[in-house]
Write a protein that binds this ligand. Sequence first.
Ligand code: GLY
Length: 257
Amino acid sequence: MEVLTRGGRALDSVVEAIVVLEDDPRLNAGTGSRMRIDGRIQMDAALMNWDREAGSVAAIEEVKNPIRVAYDVLKTPHILLVGPDAIAFARSKGHARYDPSTPDSRRHLEESLEKIRNGRLPRYARKWKGVALHDTVGAVARDRRGHFATGSSTGGLAFMLPGRVGDSPIVGAGLYAGPRGAVSVTGIGEEIIKQVLSKFVYDRIADGLSPQAAADRGLALFPQDVPIGILALTSRGWGESCNRDMAFFASSARRTF
Ligand code: GLY
């Protein structure tokens, strides 16, 4: 809000909003991210601007703010950098080595491993589709010039193989922005990618639907047992639609607008 109030760009406000959320250890992005089953933390983050410039990183490790690395990628000719090369890129841009683990992230890993050892997994988890989302973060913004931007950042799901990448860094899946609005979503990444959910919602906005109606249409693509949260912003206002208690998602939407 500070960035927008002083006339800054929507893109910069999205970066700064997500940095705040990444630095909050209660959320599953940046500091406090979920661990993979081998105990490593691999994070995904992405940004997209109204002019469709985009930057993202996937499976990046040992950086404090993946969203700032995504912003550095946006300034290159590329859109998505992954794994060790994304880390090397981050170092070349001055992102220092940082351990995003917390006592809670270690405890969550122990709990997941215990469930795996005991075989007490529900069917979705045996298929590596944990419903425990643990607060992926996203932000959408519109600035004084009427330009939109969107971003997302996550440590992923519970029960993840190393190397797994979800929807959050995938343009069209976890986020989409254009001249008509901005969309950020979260939920089970694999399901979101299959529906190209953010682009679906954006296209409904471009068709003339209100942001709320567009978000509701997106949510309706999924059965109730697939957790999904959608945030949509247009010049007509904002809409959010979710089938779980995604309180952080909703409250950040209100603050953003
Ligand atoms: N929506 C977060 C993820 O699936 O990684």
